[in-house]
Design a protein around this ligand. Structure first.
Ligand code: ZN
Length: 323
Protein backbone atom coordinates (compact mmCIF):
# COMPACT_ATOMS: atom_id res chain seq x y z
CA UNK A 1 0.00 0.00 0.00
CA UNK A 2 1.18 3.49 -0.75
CA UNK A 3 0.51 6.38 1.59
CA UNK A 4 -1.40 9.11 -0.28
CA UNK A 5 -1.56 12.76 0.69
CA UNK A 6 -3.02 15.90 -0.86
CA UNK A 7 -0.49 18.70 -0.74
CA UNK A 8 -1.38 22.36 -0.78
CA UNK A 9 0.95 24.19 -3.11
CA UNK A 10 0.63 27.19 -5.37
CA UNK A 11 -1.05 24.88 -7.91
CA UNK A 12 -4.80 25.61 -8.28
CA UNK A 13 -5.35 21.83 -8.45
CA UNK A 14 -4.23 20.20 -5.16
CA UNK A 15 -1.29 17.94 -5.81
CA UNK A 16 -1.97 14.34 -4.73
CA UNK A 17 1.20 12.47 -3.78
CA UNK A 18 1.94 8.87 -2.82
CA UNK A 19 5.05 7.06 -1.59
CA UNK A 20 6.37 4.30 -3.88
CA UNK A 21 9.10 1.65 -4.25
CA UNK A 22 11.88 1.79 -6.87
CA UNK A 23 10.12 1.62 -10.28
CA UNK A 24 12.93 -0.54 -11.70
CA UNK A 25 13.64 -3.15 -8.96
CA UNK A 26 10.82 -2.59 -6.39
CA UNK A 27 13.25 -2.07 -3.49
CA UNK A 28 12.08 0.40 -0.83
CA UNK A 29 15.58 1.37 0.31
CA UNK A 30 16.62 4.70 -1.13
CA UNK A 31 18.75 7.78 -0.46
CA UNK A 32 17.41 11.33 -0.89
CA UNK A 33 19.04 13.53 -3.57
CA UNK A 34 16.66 16.53 -3.77
CA UNK A 35 13.82 17.57 -1.44
CA UNK A 36 11.87 19.66 -4.00
CA UNK A 37 11.28 19.79 -7.74
CA UNK A 38 11.88 22.64 -10.18
CA UNK A 39 8.51 24.19 -9.23
CA UNK A 40 9.30 24.05 -5.52
CA UNK A 41 6.77 21.24 -4.97
CA UNK A 42 7.63 18.68 -2.28
CA UNK A 43 8.43 15.90 -4.74
CA UNK A 44 11.64 14.29 -3.52
CA UNK A 45 14.16 12.82 -5.92
CA UNK A 46 15.82 9.70 -4.52
CA UNK A 47 18.32 7.08 -5.64
CA UNK A 48 17.57 3.37 -5.16
CA UNK A 49 20.16 1.86 -2.81
CA UNK A 50 19.88 -1.42 -4.72
CA UNK A 51 20.03 -0.71 -8.49
CA UNK A 52 20.89 3.01 -8.56
CA UNK A 53 17.68 4.05 -10.38
CA UNK A 54 16.86 7.72 -9.70
CA UNK A 55 13.12 8.37 -9.17
CA UNK A 56 10.49 10.59 -7.49
CA UNK A 57 9.29 9.52 -4.03
CA UNK A 58 6.70 10.67 -3.07
CA UNK A 59 5.28 11.10 -6.58
CA UNK A 60 1.93 12.32 -7.99
CA UNK A 61 -0.81 9.65 -7.94
CA UNK A 62 -2.00 7.96 -11.13
CA UNK A 63 -5.45 9.61 -10.98
CA UNK A 64 -3.80 13.01 -10.60
CA UNK A 65 -1.49 12.43 -13.58
CA UNK A 66 -4.27 11.10 -15.83
CA UNK A 67 -6.23 14.30 -15.35
CA UNK A 68 -3.09 16.41 -15.66
CA UNK A 69 -2.06 14.88 -19.03
CA UNK A 70 -5.57 14.93 -20.45
CA UNK A 71 -6.21 18.61 -19.71
CA UNK A 72 -3.30 20.63 -18.34
CA UNK A 73 0.10 19.25 -19.30
CA UNK A 74 0.74 21.23 -22.47
CA UNK A 75 -0.34 24.53 -20.96
CA UNK A 76 1.58 23.96 -17.75
CA UNK A 77 4.89 23.34 -19.54
CA UNK A 78 4.55 25.12 -22.87
CA UNK A 79 1.95 27.81 -22.25
CA UNK A 80 -0.21 26.69 -25.22
CA UNK A 81 -3.65 25.10 -25.26
CA UNK A 82 -2.98 22.90 -28.22
CA UNK A 83 -0.36 21.93 -30.80
CA UNK A 84 -0.52 24.30 -33.76
CA UNK A 85 1.63 25.14 -36.83
CA UNK A 86 3.09 28.11 -34.87
CA UNK A 87 4.05 25.81 -32.00
CA UNK A 88 5.74 23.44 -34.46
CA UNK A 89 7.76 26.32 -36.00
CA UNK A 90 8.72 27.85 -32.64
CA UNK A 91 10.14 24.58 -31.34
CA UNK A 92 11.76 23.63 -34.68
CA UNK A 93 9.96 20.29 -34.54
CA UNK A 94 10.40 19.62 -38.29
CA UNK A 95 14.19 19.84 -37.85
CA UNK A 96 14.08 17.61 -34.79
CA UNK A 97 12.01 15.02 -36.67
CA UNK A 98 14.57 15.02 -39.52
CA UNK A 99 17.43 14.51 -37.03
CA UNK A 100 15.52 11.64 -35.43
CA UNK A 101 14.80 10.02 -38.78
CA UNK A 102 18.54 10.06 -39.63
CA UNK A 103 19.28 8.51 -36.21
CA UNK A 104 17.02 5.48 -36.84
CA UNK A 105 16.90 5.22 -40.66
CA UNK A 106 19.27 2.24 -40.76
CA UNK A 107 16.81 0.23 -38.65
CA UNK A 108 13.84 1.01 -40.94
CA UNK A 109 12.72 -0.03 -44.42
CA UNK A 110 9.71 0.74 -46.65
CA UNK A 111 7.99 -2.37 -45.23
CA UNK A 112 8.43 -1.35 -41.57
CA UNK A 113 5.18 -0.74 -39.67
CA UNK A 114 5.93 1.78 -36.91
CA UNK A 115 3.87 2.87 -33.89
CA UNK A 116 4.95 6.03 -32.01
CA UNK A 117 3.84 6.08 -28.37
CA UNK A 118 3.41 9.61 -26.97
CA UNK A 119 3.68 10.88 -30.56
CA UNK A 120 2.93 14.55 -29.70
CA UNK A 121 2.99 16.66 -32.88
CA UNK A 122 3.32 13.50 -35.04
CA UNK A 123 6.18 14.97 -37.08
CA UNK A 124 8.44 11.93 -36.60
CA UNK A 125 5.67 9.70 -37.97
CA UNK A 126 5.12 12.09 -40.89
CA UNK A 127 8.89 12.09 -41.62
CA UNK A 128 9.04 8.26 -41.59
CA UNK A 129 5.99 7.99 -43.85
CA UNK A 130 7.41 10.57 -46.31
CA UNK A 131 10.90 9.02 -46.40
CA UNK A 132 9.65 5.46 -46.88
CA UNK A 133 6.87 6.32 -49.32
CA UNK A 134 3.68 5.82 -47.40
CA UNK A 135 4.84 3.01 -45.10
CA UNK A 136 2.24 2.16 -42.39
CA UNK A 137 2.61 4.33 -39.28
CA UNK A 138 0.37 4.93 -36.27
CA UNK A 139 0.48 6.84 -33.01
CA UNK A 140 -1.08 7.24 -29.59
CA UNK A 141 -0.92 10.24 -27.24
CA UNK A 142 -2.86 11.07 -24.05
CA UNK A 143 -3.19 14.75 -25.02
CA UNK A 144 -6.42 15.25 -27.06
CA UNK A 145 -4.97 18.29 -28.88
CA UNK A 146 -1.96 16.26 -30.06
CA UNK A 147 -4.16 13.48 -31.45
CA UNK A 148 -6.40 16.03 -33.18
CA UNK A 149 -3.43 17.89 -34.71
CA UNK A 150 -1.94 14.62 -36.03
CA UNK A 151 -5.23 13.54 -37.59
CA UNK A 152 -6.37 16.87 -39.02
CA UNK A 153 -3.09 18.52 -40.06
CA UNK A 154 -1.01 15.48 -41.00
CA UNK A 155 -3.62 12.85 -41.88
CA UNK A 156 -2.07 10.38 -39.42
CA UNK A 157 -3.91 7.50 -37.71
CA UNK A 158 -3.39 8.63 -34.11
CA UNK A 159 -5.49 7.60 -31.10
CA UNK A 160 -5.95 9.62 -27.95
CA UNK A 161 -5.22 7.58 -24.83
CA UNK A 162 -2.66 5.75 -22.71
CA UNK A 163 -0.49 3.00 -24.18
CA UNK A 164 -1.29 0.51 -21.39
CA UNK A 165 -4.83 0.21 -22.78
CA UNK A 166 -3.73 0.13 -26.45
CA UNK A 167 -4.43 -2.87 -28.63
CA UNK A 168 -4.36 -3.06 -32.43
CA UNK A 169 -5.46 -5.99 -34.60
CA UNK A 170 -1.95 -6.31 -36.10
CA UNK A 171 1.40 -6.17 -34.33
CA UNK A 172 3.95 -3.47 -35.19
CA UNK A 173 7.55 -3.97 -36.40
CA UNK A 174 8.85 -0.99 -34.42
CA UNK A 175 7.49 0.82 -31.36
CA UNK A 176 9.08 4.19 -30.63
CA UNK A 177 8.66 6.06 -27.35
CA UNK A 178 10.43 9.42 -27.24
CA UNK A 179 10.40 11.18 -23.88
CA UNK A 180 7.82 8.76 -22.51
CA UNK A 181 9.65 6.43 -20.09
CA UNK A 182 10.52 9.19 -17.61
CA UNK A 183 6.78 9.99 -17.32
CA UNK A 184 5.47 6.46 -16.63
CA UNK A 185 4.00 5.39 -13.31
CA UNK A 186 4.02 1.70 -14.17
CA UNK A 187 7.08 0.55 -16.13
CA UNK A 188 6.10 -3.18 -16.10
CA UNK A 189 2.72 -2.23 -17.67
CA UNK A 190 4.55 -0.35 -20.44
CA UNK A 191 6.72 -3.38 -21.25
CA UNK A 192 3.66 -5.66 -21.12
CA UNK A 193 1.96 -3.43 -23.69
CA UNK A 194 5.10 -3.46 -25.87
CA UNK A 195 5.11 -7.27 -25.68
CA UNK A 196 1.43 -7.40 -26.74
CA UNK A 197 1.81 -4.98 -29.65
CA UNK A 198 5.28 -5.71 -31.08
CA UNK A 199 5.95 -8.63 -33.42
CA UNK A 200 8.57 -11.18 -32.27
CA UNK A 201 12.00 -9.80 -33.12
CA UNK A 202 10.61 -6.26 -33.51
CA UNK A 203 12.49 -3.18 -32.30
CA UNK A 204 11.93 -0.47 -29.70
CA UNK A 205 13.39 3.04 -30.09
CA UNK A 206 13.42 5.03 -26.85
CA UNK A 207 14.69 8.50 -25.92
CA UNK A 208 14.74 10.29 -22.58
CA UNK A 209 16.74 12.95 -20.71
CA UNK A 210 20.26 11.84 -19.78
CA UNK A 211 20.80 12.08 -16.04
CA UNK A 212 24.52 11.71 -16.72
CA UNK A 213 24.54 14.23 -19.62
CA UNK A 214 25.32 17.95 -19.98
CA UNK A 215 22.26 19.31 -18.09
CA UNK A 216 22.58 22.18 -15.63
CA UNK A 217 20.11 23.46 -13.04
CA UNK A 218 17.00 21.70 -11.85
CA UNK A 219 14.74 21.73 -14.96
CA UNK A 220 14.86 17.94 -15.41
CA UNK A 221 13.30 17.31 -11.98
CA UNK A 222 9.60 18.11 -12.02
CA UNK A 223 6.24 16.59 -11.18
CA UNK A 224 5.73 14.88 -14.54
CA UNK A 225 9.18 13.22 -14.56
CA UNK A 226 8.84 10.20 -12.26
CA UNK A 227 12.23 8.67 -13.02
CA UNK A 228 15.53 9.75 -14.56
CA UNK A 229 17.88 7.48 -16.50
CA UNK A 230 21.60 7.28 -17.16
CA UNK A 231 22.81 5.21 -20.14
CA UNK A 232 23.46 2.42 -17.61
CA UNK A 233 20.05 2.41 -15.89
CA UNK A 234 18.16 2.74 -19.22
CA UNK A 235 20.00 -0.26 -20.70
CA UNK A 236 19.50 -2.26 -17.50
CA UNK A 237 15.77 -1.57 -17.51
CA UNK A 238 15.33 -3.03 -21.01
CA UNK A 239 17.52 -6.04 -20.15
CA UNK A 240 15.43 -6.68 -17.06
CA UNK A 241 12.38 -7.10 -19.31
CA UNK A 242 14.25 -9.50 -21.61
CA UNK A 243 15.20 -7.09 -24.42
CA UNK A 244 18.49 -7.25 -26.25
CA UNK A 245 19.98 -3.75 -26.14
CA UNK A 246 21.51 -2.97 -29.56
CA UNK A 247 22.52 0.64 -28.83
CA UNK A 248 22.32 3.08 -25.96
CA UNK A 249 24.07 6.41 -26.50
CA UNK A 250 24.13 9.99 -25.29
CA UNK A 251 22.72 12.73 -27.56
CA UNK A 252 24.37 16.15 -27.35
CA UNK A 253 22.97 17.95 -30.42
CA UNK A 254 22.43 21.76 -30.05
CA UNK A 255 18.69 21.24 -30.73
CA UNK A 256 18.54 18.10 -28.60
CA UNK A 257 21.03 18.34 -25.71
CA UNK A 258 21.52 16.06 -22.70
CA UNK A 259 19.35 13.22 -23.96
CA UNK A 260 19.75 9.48 -24.51
CA UNK A 261 18.64 7.13 -27.24
CA UNK A 262 18.26 3.38 -27.10
CA UNK A 263 17.50 0.69 -29.68
CA UNK A 264 16.46 -2.73 -28.36
CA UNK A 265 15.18 -5.97 -29.91
CA UNK A 266 11.98 -7.62 -28.64
CA UNK A 267 12.11 -10.16 -25.82
CA UNK A 268 13.60 -13.46 -26.87
CA UNK A 269 14.84 -14.42 -23.43
CA UNK A 270 13.74 -14.23 -19.80
CA UNK A 271 14.47 -10.90 -18.14
CA UNK A 272 17.68 -10.55 -16.17
CA UNK A 273 18.03 -9.24 -12.63
CA UNK A 274 19.20 -5.67 -12.16
CA UNK A 275 22.86 -5.16 -11.29
CA UNK A 276 23.73 -3.09 -8.25
CA UNK A 277 24.28 0.66 -8.49
CA UNK A 278 27.47 2.02 -10.00
CA UNK A 279 29.39 3.91 -7.31
CA UNK A 280 31.21 6.32 -9.67
CA UNK A 281 28.00 7.26 -11.55
CA UNK A 282 26.15 7.64 -8.27
CA UNK A 283 28.85 9.98 -6.93
CA UNK A 284 28.69 12.18 -10.09
CA UNK A 285 24.90 12.53 -9.79
CA UNK A 286 24.96 13.19 -6.03
CA UNK A 287 27.56 15.90 -6.54
CA UNK A 288 25.37 17.68 -9.11
CA UNK A 289 22.31 17.46 -6.85
CA UNK A 290 24.31 18.95 -3.99
CA UNK A 291 25.25 21.77 -6.38
CA UNK A 292 21.53 22.41 -7.09
CA UNK A 293 20.90 22.65 -3.35
CA UNK A 294 23.56 25.32 -3.15
CA UNK A 295 21.73 27.42 -5.78
CA UNK A 296 19.19 28.88 -3.34
CA UNK A 297 16.55 26.24 -4.08
CA UNK A 298 13.70 27.94 -2.22
CA UNK A 299 13.98 31.01 -4.42
CA UNK A 300 14.16 28.95 -7.64
CA UNK A 301 11.14 26.92 -6.54
CA UNK A 302 9.02 29.91 -5.62
CA UNK A 303 9.74 31.71 -8.90
CA UNK A 304 8.87 28.66 -10.98
CA UNK A 305 5.80 27.81 -8.93
CA UNK A 306 4.37 31.33 -9.26
CA UNK A 307 4.92 31.22 -13.01
CA UNK A 308 3.24 27.81 -13.22
CA UNK A 309 0.35 28.92 -11.03
CA UNK A 310 -0.35 31.99 -13.18
CA UNK A 311 -0.26 29.92 -16.33
CA UNK A 312 -2.46 27.13 -15.10
CA UNK A 313 -5.00 29.47 -13.50
CA UNK A 314 -5.37 31.38 -16.79
CA UNK A 315 -5.80 28.06 -18.57
CA UNK A 316 -8.49 26.88 -16.16
CA UNK A 317 -10.37 30.18 -16.33
CA UNK A 318 -10.33 30.42 -20.12
CA UNK A 319 -10.35 26.90 -21.52
CA UNK A 320 -10.93 25.99 -25.12
CA UNK A 321 -9.12 28.77 -26.99
CA UNK A 322 -6.48 28.00 -29.59
CA UNK A 323 -2.81 28.88 -29.22
ZN1 ZN B 1 16.04 -0.15 -7.69
Amino acid sequence: MTAEAAVTTLLPIPLKLESCPCPACASRDCTGLLAFDSFGFPIRTVECDGCGQVYSNPRPTRAYLEEFYASNYLYFYEGVRGISPQYVRRHRLEELAAIRLRRYADYLSPQTRLLDVGCGSGLFLAAVRRHFHETAVGGIDPDPSAATFCRQQLGLAVQQGFFEAYGASERWDVISAFHVLEHLQDLPAFFESVRRNLRPGGLVFAECPNLDGSWRGIGMFHLAHLQAFSPRTLGNLFRRFGFQVLAVEAIEHPLDPSNLFLVAAAPARPGSGLPVRDTAESERIRLRCRHIHALRPARIGRTWAKWAYRRLREHLLQPGEGN
